[in-house]
Design a binder for this molecule. Structure first.
Ligand code: CTP
Ligand SMILES: C[C@](O)(CO)[C@H](O)COP(=O)(O)O
Length: 243
């Protein structure tokens, strides 16, 4: 029995994993604040994000995608904070999918898994990264998600016309982690088809492939509006109190 248990409990062999951190957006909803370089506690938002991947034993290398005008500054930030897993800092494109593809092109060919994460999600709990890497190694595609807690309305001309059953809804976060060949093929097809996608799972779903959802976290916020910086600050302070 113990022998059988140990066969079933055998871990997946670790797969080489590269992270692509996309930080090339224009932060229009931030009202003029350059969000990835904005201070959050003692560090810029992007440094918090990169430390989670730098410190993870599941991640072998990092590619950072930034705006062309920030290439030098972001390169300097990686050196200043000792982020030696960062292999390249490259310029992104006009849409998020173009930025992801620009990063994918720089990933080492040996990488078997690719974790795509928003530079604007600085407070990713490390255990979510580890769990999502493990699931992607098992199934080929995984991402963290949370149940929706508000009631969602369908609208027309500004008035509510119906209520969506939220039991079947999830709010997806990043990192979204995929087998390398799968995400390359999926994103190239999405671009060729002229699709404008808001996340990378959507490109894989279009190929008819399922994405395994892992447990997300309310701490894994995306800095989208100035209010999110206040929220991020509160999360950080709460972590310090709890440690
Ligand atoms: N062309 C783009 C657009 C977005 N992103 C990145 O994708 C993540 C999620 O995007 P979002 O929060 O929408 O960022 P912005 O596009 O900067 O914000 P906004 O839509 O308010 O302009 C961010 O880390 C952002 O930097 C990117 O690398 N390249
Ligand atoms: C990728 C993402 O963070 C998953 O929740 C989200 O879709 C990005 O959306 P945005 O409109 O680019 O902020």
């Amino acid at each position: 029995m113990a022998g059988l248990r140990s066969i079933f409990a055998k871990k997946q062999p670790a797969q080489t994993c590269a992270a692509v951190i996309v930080a090339a957006g224009s932060a229009r909803r931030m009202g003029g604040i350059d969000k990835v370089l904005a201070p959050l506690g003692e560090l810029p938002v992007l440094a918090h994000t990169l430390y989670v991947f730098q410190d993870s034993p599941a991640v072998d290398e990092i590619v950072v995608v930034t705006r062309p005008d920030l290439l030098v500054e972001v390169g300097r930030l990686c050196k200043e904070y000792g982020l030696d897993k960062v292999k390249k800092v490259v310029a992104g494109g006009s849409e998020r999918t173009n930025s992801v593809l620009a990063g994918l092109r720089e990933v080492s060919p040996q990488a078997e898994l690719i974790a795509i994460h928003d530079g604007a999600r600085p407070l990713l709990p490390p255990q979510i990264l580890e769990e999502t890497v493990a699931q992607a190694a098992r199934t080929g595609a995984a991402a963290p998600a949370l149940p929706v807690t508000d009631t969602i309305k369908r609208i027309k001309d500004g008035v509510s016309t119906g209520t969506v059953d939220r039991e079947d809804l999830r709010a997806v976060q990043t990192p979204q982690i995929f087998e390398a060949g799968l995400i390359r093929a999926a994103l190239e097809k999405a671009i060729a088809d002229g699709e404008n996608l808001t996340d990378d799972c959507a490109a894989v779903e279009r190929l008819g492939m399922p994405v395994t959802l892992t447990q997300g976290s309310r701490e894994n916020i995306k800095i989208t509006t100035p209010f999110d910086l206040l929220l991020g600050q509160a999360i950080l302070e709460n972590r310090v109190k709890g440690s």
